[in-house]
Design a protein around this ligand. Structure first.
Ligand code: FUB
Length: 334
């Protein structure tokens, strides 16, 4: 594979960036990352040290071009319903507008997902007054299919609060429990990411979010104890050869994995691993086609010396076979 000096190196180093959602808009690559900030917060397992307050949009004219920071596109103070923790965002173009989706904790410290609208891919974006009704948890990724139907994928365990919504209502549980203790255990099927079709105006859900099932090669649901393959956070969809590929992070085992389906809403069958662990606790991907090649955007914590909440977004080329199989990447090998 041809080497590009931009591969596997920080997109930018003047700010910490994570969770890069990449898209091709106006013939360029636009990247929508979280903006990590330095703070003294300790890792309490609930993600409280990820204290992000705003978003910057990045772009690259080409894969070997410099990455430009377009500055602040949205700040938590300009989001009427949000209190704190602006986590992994995404952006899509539809109806002549750019729709920027982001999770944040509301005034009750419950993660919700909001949308802000702009005329340009780099923003600025104006937030809707309230979060999307029926939304919860984190990591929104919005996919517009070839037929124009749009779907939001979302969800993240532990600090992302997905377990707390198993009844359809938010159940706080014991404040002192270990994160995840209120989710499925052992041989029980792991929780899946959620999906909801969006209304044509892209501002609301058309339906109640549904859980996405992931099965193994024998048709058995991936179990909660199967931490190498379970869904933890960071759902993302790409379409290749008419099939849908759901990629995601396995959290505590630190892999990026993927599963395949004939439908954008699943069920999905586990296929394999995209990325081996990086320096840091989290990584979070997007997969995008640009000028006929496929790229993986992700992050690590190398630049901050391994601090889990101070991460750096980067990208590299992905090898995808004609049948959709993705070659596993070792992040620090040549
Ligand atoms: O950036 C905060 C959280 O860390 C994201 O929402 C997760 O996907 C993980 O990367």
């Amino acid at each position: 594979m041809q080497k590009n000096p931009n591969f596997r190196t920080p997109l930018v180093t003047h700010i910490y960036t994570a969770d890069p959602s990449a898209h091709v808009f106006e013939g360029k690559l636009y990247i929508y990352p979280s903006h990590d900030i330095v703070n003294e917060g300790l890792d309490d397992g609930k993600g409280d040290h990820f204290k992000m307050e705003d978003y910057h949009v990045l772009s690259m004219d080409d894969i070997d071009a410099p990455c430009i920071d377009h500055g602040e596109a949205l700040h938590v103070k300009d989001v009427p319903w949000a209190k704190r923790q602006m986590w992994a965002p995404d952006c899509v173009y539809k109806n002549g507008k750019y729709y920027f989706y982001f999770p944040a904790k509301d005034k009750d410290d419950i993660f919700r997902i909001g949308v802000a609208v702009g005329d340009r891919p780099e923003g600025p974006f104006k937030a809707e007054p309230d979060y999307i009704e029926g939304s919860y948890s984190i990591d929104p990724a919005v996919f517009v299919d070839d037929d124009g139907r749009a779907y939001m994928y979302f969800g993240g365990l532990w600090g992302g609060q997905l377990e707390k919504w198993q009844t359809g209502e938010y159940v706080q549980g014991d404040e002192n429990m270990t994160p995840g203790d209120d989710g499925p255990q052992g041989d029980e099927p792991a929780l899946g990411a959620m999906v909801a079709e969006m209304t044509d105006d892209m501002l609301t859900f058309k339906e109640k979010p549904k859980e996405i099932k992931i099965y193994d090669e024998n048709g058995k649901p991936i179990a909660a104890k199967d931490k190498d393959r379970w869904f933890f956070e960071a759902p993302w969809i790409h379409k290749f050869g008419g099939k849908y590929y759901l990629s995601y992070s396995t959290g505590p085992t630190h892999y990026l994995c993927y599963a395949e389906s004939d439908s954008p809403t699943g069920p999905f069958t586990y296929k394999g691993r995209i990325l081996e662990p990086v320096v840091g606790w989290t990584t979070h991907q997007s997969i995008v086609e640009f000028k006929g090649k496929w790229y993986l955007f992700y992050h690590d914590s190398k630049l901050s010396g391994g601090q889990t909440h101070l991460r750096t977004a980067m990208f590299t080329e992905l090898e995808i076979s004609d049948d959709g199989t993705i070659s596993t990447i070792k992040p620090y090998d040549d």
